[in-house]
Write a protein that binds this ligand. Sequence first.
Ligand code: 5RP
Length: 245
Amino acid sequence: MQVEQKQTIPTGIDAAKQLAAFTAVDEHILPHHKIIGIGSGSTVPFVVDRIVAQGKQLNQDRVFLPTGFQSKELIVNAGLRLGDIDQYPNLDVTIDGADEVDRNLNCIKGGGACQLREKVLAEAAETWIIVADYRKDSQTLGTTWKQGVPIEVAPFAYVRVLQHLHDMGSKTAVLRMAKAKAGPVVTDNGNFVIDAPFDNGRYQNPKELLMEIKMLTGVVEVGLFCNMVKAAYFGNADGSVTARL
Ligand code: 5RP
């Protein structure tokens, strides 16, 4: 079903998100790109707005793959053609948000519990682009995003994984609960999410941390994305954009 979209002029942080998103689309969604991945979060709606603004003629030959329920709705509501990774396992470009990006373009993602599908669509894309506001731009992971590494786990195994994470030094790792503590957050894949903060030292080598967590039985995917970003765009409060390549 297609719903009418209200256009408002964003201010504050939303303006910064819009700036990053518009710049990334202008730079990286080119006329010959036909298979496009759409990430999750509050920045990607601006990505979709800018793609729609490229016009019906370009978009009628394109297919858009979502990283979760939210982006599926965005694609459908914008009147764009929805596709599935089963049909299109190789994407031209995926644009996504991030919770934090370090100086080497390693990212923490999964604040919206979409990290599994986000990583699949990031890996499957020839080009993976990050869009965010300036608050996400940091030297070392764990500086601004204090919630920890989002880890998708099989529900059956979550207590065991929590134990292992505590043993690894993440003493405050917790199962992510839904609002009003109505129960655990359940991902689009039917799994739970653990948020595992680590000491700053562990974030100095995010790849090593990623591999260590990924080896725990019951872990489905880890919200650490290393050596994957082609370019990251951060919208700033003064109306400028920082591009990191
Ligand atoms: C969801 C994500 C999001 O991309 C991340 O949380 C950033 O969201 P926002 O654009 O709202 O800051 O990883 O799993």
